[in-house]
Design a protein around this ligand. Structure first.
Ligand SMILES: NC(=O)c1ccc[n+]([C@@H]2O[C@H](COP(=O)([O-])OP(=O)(O)OC[C@H]3O[C@@H](n4cnc5c(N)ncnc54)[C@H](O)[C@@H]3O)[C@@H](O)[C@H]2O)c1
Length: 441
C-alpha cells in the first residue's frame, strides 16, 4: 500500500502494485548516455522495458543487442534483448501499453545561450498523443526550475487528466558520470520530486525497485534546482581553479603541486583541477539554464557568467602555451606539425560534445599549424573544414609539438616523453615524469 496522501486509491494502488510486483511496463524516451543505462537497469530489475528513440539507427542497434554506450557492454545488453526484457522502437504508439515513462532527451543551449526546449516539447507532444490514466511520467533531462510544472504538466493534462490522481508526474535529475567505473546508474543516489506528494511517492516507489538509494524532495522545482546546484558548483569551482592556474603561470608556480598540497587539508577544501576548457553535455551548459531562468526574475547570475568567461578562455590559454613553447624552440606555429593527444571531452570516453579539443584544433589551424591527433575512443574527427583520422601514438615523434588535451589511460606517457620533441601537458598527465621537453599548464 502506498501512503494515505495518494488521493485516488484505485489508480494509485493499481500502479503501485504493478511497480512493486514488477509487472509495470517501463518506457524510456531517449536512449542516449542517460536513457540506455536506465533502461538496462530496470530490465535487470525484472521489468519489461520499451525504449523509444527518434533515431532508427539506435533502436536497430538496441534490438540487435549491440551497445553504443561505453558504460553498457554488449554482453550486458544482448541477454536482456534476447530474453524479451528490453526492446526499442521509434513508434510512440508504444506509450499506449506503458505504465511508466522516463524522459531522457537532450537539453542543449541555443546559440544565444537560451535553453532549447524543443526536444522535451516534441517528446511530450508525441507522448500526449497516446497518453492514458494510471501512468507515472518522470522527466530526467536537465532543465531550468519550473519546466516540469510549466511545460510538461500542461501538455499531459490536456485531455482532462488530473495530476496526482489520474496520473503522476515527477522530475528526477540524472547524475550519471560516463566512464566512472565506481558510480553507475544503480548506485548513484536518485533525487525525485513530484508535482504532488502522491507523485513524489510514486516516483520514490518506482526508482527504489531498481536503484540502491532514492532521495525524495518536496517538489519538482527542488529536484530541478538540485541538478543545477550540483553542476553550477562544479563549473564555478573549475572556473576558480582555472583562474588560479593562470595566476600561477604568471608567477612561475606549479599549480598542480599547489592543489595536491592543499588537498592534504582534511576538512574545508575539495580539489578541483584546471584544464584546457570545459566539455560535455552538462557542465558547460546546465548553469546557463539557471542564469536564463534567474534573469527572468531580475537576478544576474554573476558567478556563472564570470566562471563561464574564465573557462571559455582556457582553450586560448592552452594554445598560447603551445605558441610560446614552440617560439622558445625557435619555431613559429605556422607550418609546425602539432599532434593532439586525446580529443574526447574527458578521460576514457568517446563523447566529443563541447570538447575543448575542438576549440584548440580550430585555433591552431587558424594559426597555420599542420594537425594530427591520437584518440583510441574517437577514430574520426570532422569540424568545419577539418577532417582527420586518429593516428597511432608513434606519430607524435614526427611532431614539432605534442599537446595532451585528454588524459586517456590507454596512452603510453613515458614512451610519449621519450619520443616527442616538445610536449604541452594541459591535464597533468605527465605527473611524476620530468624532462625539459615538458611544458605544464
Ligand atoms: N550524458 C551525461 O553525462 C548526462 C549526465 C546527467 C544529465 N544528462 C542530461 O540528460 C539528458 C539526456 O542526455 P544524454 O547525454 O543521454 O543525451 P544523448 O544525446 O546521448 O541522448 C538523447 C537521446 O534522445 C533521443 N531523442 C532526441 N529527441 C527525441 C524525441 N523527441 N523523442 C525520443 N527520443 C529523442 C536522441 O536520438 C538520443 O538518442 C540531457 O538533458 C542531459 O543534460 C546527461
Amino acid at each position: 500500500m502506498i501512503e494515505s496522501n495518494v488521493p485516488a486509491p484505485a489508480t494509485a494502488e493499481l500502479l503501485a502494485d504493478k511497480i512493486r510486483n514488477r509487472t509495470a511496463h517501463v518506457g524510456v524516451v531517449g536512449l542516449g548516455y542517460v536513457g540506455l543505462p536506465l533502461a538496462v537497469e530496470f530490465a535487470h530489475a525484472g521489468f519489461t522495458v520499451t525504449g523509444i528513440d527518434v533515431s532508427e539507427a539506435k533502436t536497430r542497434q538496441v534490438n540487435a543487442g549491440e551497445s553504443y554506450i561505453g558504460d553498457i557492454p554488449t554482453s550486458t545488453l544482448a541477454p536482456l534483448v534476447n530474453s524479451g526484457k528490453l526492446r526499442a522502437t521509434t513508434d510512440f504508439a508504444a506509450v499506449q501499453d506503458l505504465d511508466t515513462i522516463n524522459i531522457c532527451v537532450p537539453t542543449p543551449l541555443r546559440k544565444t545561450k537560451d535553453p532549447d526546449m524543443s526536444f522535451i516539447v516534441s517528446a511530450c507532444q508525441e507522448i500526449a498523443h497516446y497518453f492514458h490514466a494510471g501512468t507515472l511520467v518522470i522527466l530526467e533531462s536537465t532543465t531550468y526550475p519550473g519546466t516540469t510544472d510549466e511545460v510538461v504538466l500542461p501538455m499531459l493534462s490536456k485531455g482532462g487528466l488530473e495530476v496526482g490522481s489520474d496520473f503522476y508526474l515527477c522530475f528526477s535529475p540524472e547524475r550519471v558520470d560516463p566512464g566512472n567505473p565506481t558510480y553507475q546508474t544503480v548506485n548513484i543516489p536518485k533525487v525525485v520530486g513530484g508535482c504532488t506528494a502522491a507523485c513524489t511517492e510514486m516516483g520514490r516507489l518506482f526508482y527504489s525497485q531498481a536503484l540502491e538509494t532514492v532521495v525524495p524532495v518536496s517538489s519538482t522545482q527542488v529536484a530541478e534546482m538540485v541538478k543545477l546546484l550540483e553542476n553550477t558548483f562544479r563549473m564555478i569551482n573549475i572556473g576558480l581553479v582555472n583562474e588560479i592556474a593562470i595566476m600561477c603561470d604568471r608567477m612561475g608556480i606549479n599549480v598542480w603541486e599547489v592543489i595536491d598540497a592543499a588537498a592534504t587539508k582534511p576538512f574545508g577544501f575539495m580539489p578541483f583541477y584546471p584544464g584546457p576548457g570545459l566539455g560535455g553535455h552538462c557542465i558547460p551548459i546546465d548553469p546557463f539554464y539557471l542564469s536564463w531562468k534567474t534573469k527572468q526574475a531580475g537576478i544576474e547570475a554573476r558567478f556563472i557568467e564570470l566562471a563561464g568567461y574564465i573557462n571559455g578562455q582556457m582553450p586560448h590559454f592552452a594554445v598560447d602555451k603551445v605558441q610560446t613553447a614552440l617560439n622558445s624552440a625557435g619555431k613559429p606555429v605556422k607550418g609546425s606539425r602539432i599532434h593532439v593527444m586525446g580529443v574526447a571531452y574527458k578521460r576514457d570516453i568517446d563523447d566529443m560534445r563541447e570538447s575543448p579539443a575542438l576549440d584548440i584544433l580550430m585555433l591552431l589551424e587558424r594559426r597555420g599549424a599542420i594537425l594530427s591527433y591520437s584518440d583510441p575512443h574517437v577514430p574520426k574527427l570532422k569540424l568545419d573544414g577539418l577532417a582527420l583520422d586518429s593516428s597511432p601514438e608513434s606519430v607524435a615523434a614526427d611532431a614539432d609539438c605534442v599537446v595532451i588535451v585528454t588524459n586517456h589511460a590507454a596512452f603510453d606517457y613515458p614512451g610519449l616523453v621519450q619520443r616527442s620533441k616538445l610536449i604541452v601537458d594541459t591535464r597533468n598527465a605527465l605527473k611524476g615524469l620530468t624532462s625539459d621537453k615538458i611544458v605544464r599548464l
